[in-house]
Write a new protein. Structure first.
Length: 255
């Protein structure tokens, strides 16, 4: 019993330290990017809202209905649906924001950083920081023996939580943050170059990221290190493709 309490205390401390590290990374990233790009704070704030609001008000309610209907269907069908829905909602939000902004003023390369970083940081905090805070709350409930009101799956996940899994979670959030900025560049090009192919490309690229994450969540791939390595390779691939397209479209100043 004493060992269990010690483990819980150690894990809580580790989670708190990881959350602190994430907040420091977020603040330093904001300072560095703001200094380099001199981006619009207003558009950055729109990016923050641009992830949270559509996900909660559109994607969330739709998924609640759709996923309940897919509960007894193929795992792959659930993964494909989830990825495409996330891509559709988030990339459409980005596209619409740039479309509206383009009617008010000329779009600038710094707008990609402003919106993309805001969008990615919102996800970084809501899924990363808040996710780890949830683990801490569950650990405290386990410590006090008050888990009867909590979902059994969540309690089981927290009981199996290790420092390595937490570090991998942090790494995944950082990869996702970079990818959000890269995908924002595609929607930017869709608007500035008047080519919807970039918008649809962004949806598919976004969906593919979620396919990888979904494969782990559904238990199809159980090796978390393999998933994180694949995500990192995917991020680099998207970065290289985005760079080539950026040059081909004779757009300068980002990557």
């Amino acid at each position: 019993m004493l060992r269990i309490k010690e483990r819980i205390n150690q894990m809580e401390t580790f989670l708190f330290m990881t959350i602190l590290a994430m907040l420091v990374i977020a603040i330093i990233s904001f300072i560095v990017l703001k200094k380099k790009w001199q981006f619009s704070i207003k558009l950055f704030l729109v990016g923050l809202i641009g992830f949270a609001l559509p996900v909660m008000m559109i994607e969330g309610p739709i998924n609640a209905v759709a996923l309940s209907g897919l509960a007894h269907s193929s795992k792959w069908l659930t993964i494909i649906y989830g990825g495409l829905m996330a891509g559709l909602v988030e990339e459409t939000t980005r596209y619409v924001v740039f479309k509206v902004l383009a009617k008010k003023r000329r779009l600038m390369t710094s707008d990609i950083v402003a919106y993309g970083f805001g969008h990615g940081l919102s996800e970084f905090i809501l899924l990363g920081v808040m996710g780890l805070l949830t683990y801490i709350i569950v650990l405290q409930a386990i410590h006090s023996g008050q888990t009867s009101q909590l979902p059994s799956l969540l309690v089981s996940q927290v009981n199996q939580l290790t420092g390595f899994v937490v570090i991998m979670s942090l790494f995944e959030r950082l990869v996702a943050l970079v990818l959000q900025v890269l995908l924002t560049a595609w929607d930017f090009l869709a608007v500035t170059k008047h080519k919807l192919s970039f918008y649809f490309g962004a949806i598919l690229l976004h969906a593919t990221i979620d396919f990888l994450a979904g494969a782990y969540q559904q238990g199809i791939v159980r090796n978390i290190l393999l998933i994180e390595v694949m995500l990192a390779i995917y991020m680099l691939g998207v970065g290289l493709v985005t760079r080539q397209i950026w040059k081909k479209e004779e757009t300068h100043g980002l990557i």
